[in-house]
Design a binder for this molecule. Structure first.
Ligand code: GAR
Length: 216
């Protein structure tokens, strides 16, 4: 049994999921992806998991009486697999306390804006509509709110006058695929500490022990 065990939750294309799978197979993640959880059994991410031989927990929310009911089933699965870290990668559902409380401090998300700007859906469109010239990506702990948890790492992306939703989305995805596996590797090495809202990362150990740099 691998020492650091990861579950990824995703609803869509799965480009972040794929980057995590590749980092794991190159030995750069510091852990293994044991499970994909998806509320969209037809999503491309599910095919990616199946091709990589990763176990999937697929469900249709409308078949359950409540969000708590399907989350209870997920928590049982996570506990059975002894999951150390839940990584949300384009999982488009708010979590209830059933998961948030059971995995507090072991549950992270990536969001395509510089939080606290533009939380929620369509963050890239929100940034373009607002007219900001700088946006970016945020990896954060998940709490009970909508993209409100303590911030672990952020990277900025400049918006140029010629950017469209498609070009900006491409730049953001590229950056996400670099940053997210790195952040997960910091967790696998026990480098991330949380006190209140303040997150610290042991940057020195980080540089020595992983291929990814901590710059925040
Ligand atoms: C990513 O850009 C991620 O930041 C975003 O969904 C995309 C998933 O892409 N997440 C959110 O907006 C969460 N609020 P992917 O399926 O190709 O990894």
């Amino acid at each position: 049994m691998s020492s650091f065990r990861i579950a990824v939750f995703a609803s869509g294309q799965g480009s972040n999921f794929q980057a995590l799978v590749e980092a794991a197979s190159n030995g750069k993640l510091g852990g293994s992806i044991e499970l994909l959880v998806s509320d969209k059994p037809q999503a491309p991410v599910v095919q990616k998991a199946q091709s990589a031989g990763i176990q999937c927990h697929l469900f249709q929310p409308k078949e359950y009486p409540s969000r708590e009911a399907y989350e209870q089933e997920i928590v049982e699965k996570l506990n059975n697999l002894k999951i150390d870290l839940i990584v949300l990668a384009g999982y488009m559902r708010l979590l209830t306390p059933v998961i948030v409380e059971a995995y507090a401090g072991r549950l992270i998300n990536i969001h395509p804006s510089l939080l606290p700007a533009f939380p929620g859906k369509n963050a890239i469109g929100q940034a373009l509509d607002y007219g900001v010239t700088l946006t970016g990506i945020t990896v954060h702990f998940v709490d009970g709110g909508m993209d409100t948890g303590p911030i672990i790492a952020q990277r900025a992306v400049e918006i140029s006058a010629s950017d469209t939703p498609e070009t900006l989305s491409e730049s953001i995805h590229e950056l996400e695929q670099q940053l997210y596996p790195g952040v997960v590797s910091w967790f696998a090495k026990g480098l991330v500490k949380l006190e209140g809202r303040k997150v610290t990362i042991d940057a020195k150990v980080c540089r020595e022990n992983t291929g990814f740099m901590s710059e925040n």
